[in-house]
Design a protein around this ligand. Sequence first.
Ligand code: SF4
Ligand code: SF4
Length: 158
Amino acid sequence: MTSLPQLETTDTQEPDWYRDGVRFRCQGPECGACCSGRMGPGAVWLNRDEMEELAGHLSLPLSELKRRYVRRLEGRYSLKERGNYDCIFYLDGTGCSVYEARPGQCRTYPFWGRVMASRVTWEIEAEKCPGINADQTRIEAGDIRRQLEIDTQRRDRS
Ligand code: SF4
Ligand code: SF4
């Protein structure tokens, strides 16, 4: 896993810079840069609700989900990585094997506080995520704010 985990969220510092929206369109499984280990190790943080959703999706008891797919990291829960730093649920060329139940951190990327802090941090993230500024597909400011709020709420429950 790469950009997903390394992007810890923080409070937005320049909330007005994206008032006209931003250009973003995920390039899909053929990219997978935020799920694979191409850019090194990282973490996908999980709260209890997200672990329970994953356990239900996989028809596993929560204890078994934790044993197979979750690790303790910095006192919190995170998805395990493979030896090459890919997310444990990432399948090369196919993408996320638990897409419907993926954690909020994955759902809200790249609209995290740390990324949306300023135009500069957005452009820095664009070097990792080819969906950023990919074409003219525009995400409106209201949608961005909703994603930021979701990410803050889920982080508070981690
Ligand atoms: S375009 Fe960005 S969000 Fe989509 S898979 Fe690639 S790195 Fe992830
Ligand atoms: S859970 Fe799915 S979307 Fe999230 S990092 Fe892993 S493979 Fe990617």
